[in-house]
Design a protein around this ligand. Structure first.
Ligand code: FMN
Length: 185
């Protein structure tokens, strides 16, 4: 049986992004579970802010088609979203919006898991709620466990792994739910 591939995508491309750190820590969890973890860096998929006139004139950006191909090659996708003023950031929304202009298979086919890292004690629970809504609306199967990592200064150890057992346990549960759902499909 071919090795499962899990794509991991951060909704922030900031060099010191905590959501990139969350993605890296989750990649370790998946690697330890024996599956291939593939980081999907949105720096490699630069897209202009969506505008209908732009689309009429230029069509859908090449980066959008490349990202869809990458997502379709994954059995599961984990997305970590920052929270900006209670919402998911424009980068992530814009990326999702562009891909939806082509089709929805990239949402329907892989199994999705979501998480968020933010400095506050509540993590990005409002952004998670939004991300869940839009993915479900586009036809994605999202596993029930979500990974909110708050007070992120203490969330990761020096090696970039989850620093506390509770967060690691939740991350492992989320990964298991994704892998079990993929196995069944
Ligand atoms: C415009 C803006 C709005 C923000 N609003 C929130 C917020 O509503 N809730 C929150 O927990 N953090 C908020 N933050 C703080 C971010 O969670 C923090 O900057 C985080 O590090 C961003 O994610 P990143 O490290 O992956 O880039 C906001 C940051 C910015 C720049």
């Amino acid at each position: 049986m071919p090795q499962l591939i899990i794509g991991l995508l951060s909704g922030s491309t900031r060099s010191a992004s905590m959501n990139c750190k969350l993605v890296a820590a989750m990649a370790n969890v998946f690697t330890n579970a024996g599956v291939k973890a593939q980081i999907i860096d949105l720096n490699d998929y630069d897209m202009p802010l969506y505008n209908g006139d732009y689309e009429d004139e230029h069509g859908v950006p090449d980066a959008t088609h490349r990202l869809i191909k990458t997502l379709l090659a994954c059995d599961g996708v984990f997305i970590a979203t920052p929270e900006y003023n209670g919402c998911m950031p424009p980068l992530l929304k814009n990326t999702i919006d562009w891909t939806s202009r082509v089709g929805l298979e990239q949402f329907a086919r892989p199994v999705y898991g979501i998480g968020s890292a933010s400095p506050g004690p509540l993590s990005g629970i409002m952004a998670l709620r939004q991300l869940h809504f839009i993915l479900a609306r586009l036809g994605a199967h999202i596993v029930p466990t979500q990974l909110g990592v708050g007070s992120y200064g203490q969330a990761f150890d020096e090696d970039g792994q989850f620093a506390d057992e509770r967060t690691l346990g939740r991350a492992t549960k989320l990964a298991s739910q994704m892998l079990n759902t993929i196995d069944r499909s």
